[in-house]
Design a protein around this ligand. Structure first.
Ligand code: ADP
Ligand code: F6P
Length: 482
């Protein structure tokens, strides 16, 4: 059967759904974890396009299929490549380097070789489904070589790449033995999008200082293997959430009733604090639990008047640093509950699993204080989802200054999660501030997110891609400057 062709093709490590083979041997499709999928799923539901990605299981890929108006084109990843390309190079080499080396990065040449091989496979799959002149939108740190690999094969398409995570300062990026190959890979794009201006500047600085490229303002000049000279633009386009869809969901009677029900099942405490994260060491879960425990120890907070719900989605469970984090978090949860819970009234509810959107919206709606305390985070969509669900203007958001979200959510209660004393004070301020003041803050936060939603983000990215500086492969003439 001939492959279907699309004018818009996106490539991301994961498809929006993971294949899980059920006990009866039948395929089951579960929603994939993470902010990329949340954002791109709602973007692609409004556009006609193909999504190239891994189906989350080792071995042969399922045949391409249609899902919710999207064409999903699975790319196979073998058991060994899951270890080397995904868990290894993506999550034990790049992820720590791109997140301030919170844990040490590991460098292995075999992991790099497989990262290249899988990136080649993604590039081929993209070229298979891209119609002539298509827009190709590549996502995240797992696929940084794909822009150049697609360009080598298809000079007719327009290529953009967006990084959902931070781009590291040059001093950290410099540690990567393959840093120049990565810069070369990215410069295959026409346009590079980042969460913050600082991330775009870090990339431009790396290209200039480590690779001797000429940069001017937001652009880098590059020479392709065929000798043609191009200008690539790198700038900030902060990602967001589907405000309209989520706000509508949060207003449904079912979600509102569920929020009340959850609160009642917690024993109707005076204050409910909530954390929602992938179980990842970048999220500052240990720091917030430490702050909570100290507030219980010194009697500033008392259980069961106050309770804490921590939802932690399982993530990258075969990677050592994630296993260690899980064990530390679960030990702390056990200690806190052992010391401060009453029968039937835990001081801390720990939920290590995924929930449907409706349940997440109900959790957001019933929480008085949302704790978003990453040590480093590209954006953090949970912060934006929380305020989106608060159509009652209630609640309070504690937000780390090390998230991309903080840069445009300054009415939140800002914290530095490394400063445990400061974090405790901020948590208390979020509880004790006058409710009228908190409502004003929440209204301002909601306005900010509603005016900058995920569709605005996608439109801005695609416009920047369309207007990117130069299109030598099509006409030889310079395109319009954005
Ligand atoms: P990251 O991309 O690093 O995981 P984000 O905060 O940007 O972090 O995005 C996380 C996404 O995953 C959000 O859309 C959030 O609602 C969703 N999510 C987090 N935990 C769960 C869970 N336990 N069940 C369902 N969705 C979850
Ligand atoms: O945006 C960060 C991100 O790493 C995405 O690339 C990824 O899809 C998501 O978080 C979840 O991580 P993983 O795909 O490794 O489970």
């Amino acid at each position: 059967m001939a492959t279907r062709k699309f004018d818009l093709v996106i490539a991301a490590n994961r498809l929006p759904v993971d294949r899980v083979v059920g006990p009866d041997g039948r395929n089951e499709w579960h929603r994939s974890p993470g902010g990329l999928v949340t954002a791109m799923d709602s973007v692609m539901r409004h556009r006609d396009g193909a999504w190239v990605g891994w189906a989350g299981e080792a071995g042969e890929a399922p045949a391409p299929f249609a899902e919710a108006g999207m064409w999903l084109h699975p790319v196979p990843v073998s058991r060994e490549e899951i270890t080397s390309y995904y868990e290894g190079f993506s999550n034990e080499t790049l992820w720590p380097i791109y997140h301030d080396v919170i844990v040490p990065a590991h460098f292995h040449r075999e992991w790099w070789a497989d990262y290249r091989a899988v990136n080649e496979r993604f590039a081929e799959a993209v070229c298979d489904v891209a119609a002539p002149g298509a827009k190709v939108w590549i996502h995240d740190y797992q696929l940084q070589l794909v822009p150049a690999l697609v360009r080598e094969r298809r000079s007719d398409v327009r290529i953009g790449w967006f990084n959902h995570i931070p781009f590291p300062p040059v001093e950290l990026f410099a540690q990567l033995p393959w840093r120049s190959r990565i810069i070369e890979g990215l410069l295959g794009a026409d346009y590079l999008g980042f969460q913050r201006q600082a991330d775009a500047q870090n990339f431009l600085r790396a290209a200039r200082q480590l690779d001797g490229r000429t940069t001017k303002g937001e652009t880098v000049t590059t020479t392709d293997p065929d000798g043609s000279v191009r200008v690539v633009r790198a700038s900030a386009v902060p990602i967001s959430v589907d405000y309209e869809g989520l706000d509508e969901l949060a207003r449904t009677p079912a979600v509102e009733q569920r929020a009340e029900q959850i609160r009642a099942s917690l024993g109707d405490p005076e204050v409910v604090m909530l954390g929602v994260d992938r179980l990842d060491y970048t999220k500052g879960i240990r720091h917030r639990l430490k702050a909570y425990e100290e507030l219980l120890v010194d009697g500033t907070l008392r259980s069961p008047e106050v309770t804490f719900v921590q939802v932690a989605t399982p993530s990258r469970e075969r990677v050592a640093a994630y296993r260690q984090l899980r064990s530390e978090v679960e030990t702390t949860v056990g200690r806190i509950n052992g010391t401060y819970s009453a029968i039937g009234r835990p001081a801390l509810h720990y939920l290590h699993r995924s929930y449907p959107r409706e349940e997440m919206a109900a959790l957001f709606q019933m929480a008085d204080v949302m704790l978003v305390t990453p040590l480093r985070d590209g954006m953090n969509l949970v912060a934006k989802e929380y305020v989106t669900c608060r159509h009652d203007d209630g609640g309070a958001l504690v937000l780390s200054e090390f998230t991309g979200a903080w840069h445009h959510m300054k009415q939140a209660f800002v914290c530095n999660p490394h400063d445990i004393e400061g974090l405790k004070l901020t948590m208390m301020r979020a509880i004790e501030t006058d409710p009228r003041q908190k409502r004003r803050q929440m209204r301002a936060l909601r306005r900010q997110v509603s005016e900058n939603d995920v569709q605005t983000w996608a439109d801005r990215f695609l416009t920047n891609l369309e207007l990117a500086p130069e299109r030598p492969d099509r006409t030889g003439a310079k395109g319009a400057r954005p």
